[in-house]
Design a binder for this molecule. Structure first.
Ligand code: ADP
Ligand code: MG
Length: 255
């Protein structure tokens, strides 16, 4: 292609991108995914974990993703949150096309825009409960004194004021998950992702976590959870059944 045509083609693509972003923002769409595919290659085997997924999430929606083990729920959450990248397809978050961001920009984007809560907590094992929270605040540029103040406040909110100095291994599963939730909320992100966050927890902790998510819903946070926990499913605006890397159906709850 001659150089001039090439430049025109790039400009055309950029115009299309800009139009797309304007459309998304106009409709309050916070996360938009189109024709997503993700494959994992292990030796001679290829697993298509995500197989052609289109997805739109509006600001303030509470989305629950259900599906059997191996359905691709974790992979989907990782893609939508920018923790991992697809083999094919496009994702926009907050009007930003993920594939336009390099690794470092994407990390900053995640830090500011989303909190992620994992099934296995993923706390930094050498840092105390308080330090785990301070770490993400400091990474986002909050000064130490303010970060410490916020960490103390967050730990109080999740009922762990007395556990500030504990290392993860000195905490119960439920306590670790509460620290992980406090960490995910530290930078007050507009979007919260959670991957089977109550799967390994007792009833009391699960109810406590449900109450936290009820408050987050009332604050109009955008929430995307992979879960089978009825207490959390009760809060959903949209329930998505997911299997074999595909959306099987989508149920919108009219309240
Ligand atoms: P779910 O969270 O619904 O249980 P996953 O997203 O974890 O499903 O996995 C979807 C499919 O992709 C599964 O078949 C799983 O074995 C495969 N898979 C997930 N992660 C990897 C990986 N890092 N490497 C290879 N295969 C993977
Ligand atoms: Mg999973």
């Amino acid at each position: 292609m001659p150089k001039k045509d090439k430049i025109e083609k790039i400009n055309e693509e950029e115009d299309k991108d800009a139009d797309k972003i304007i459309d998304l923002l106009k409709d309050d769409i916070l996360i938009f995914a189109q024709s997503l595919e993700k494959e994992y290659e292990i030796g001679d085997y290829i697993v298509r974990a995500i197989d052609g997924v289109d997805f739109k999430i509006k600001e303030g929606e509470f989305i629950v993703i259900k599906g059997p083990s191996g359905a691709g729920k974790t992979t989907l959450l990782n893609l939508l949150s920018g923790l991992d990248s697809p083999n094919k397809g496009i994702i926009y978050g907050h009007g930003v096309k993920f594939s336009d961001l390099d690794e470092e920009s994407l990390a900053t984007f995640r830090l500011v825009n989303s909190g992620f809560i994992f099934q296995n907590y993923n706390l930094i094992s050498t840092l105390t409960a308080e330090e785990n929270i301070i770490f993400v605040l400091r990474t986002a540029g909050v000064d130490f004194k303010e970060a410490r103040k916020r960490a103390v406040h967050l730990l109080k909110k999740v009922g762990l004021s007395e556990r500030r100095e504990h290392l993860p291994f000195q905490l119960s599963a439920g306590e670790q998950q509460r620290v992980a939730i406090a960490r995910a909320l530290a930078n007050d992100p507009p979007v919260i992702f959670g991957d089977e966050i109550t799967a390994n927890l007792d009833k009391k902790t699960s109810e406590f976590i449900r109450d936290i998510f009820k408050d987050l819903k009332d604050l109009r946070k955008t929430i995307i959870l992979a879960t089978h926990d009825d207490r959390l499913i009760d809060l959903a605006d949209v329930i998505i059944n997911f299997d074999d890397g595909k959306i099987i159906n989508e149920k919108r709850i009219i309240k």
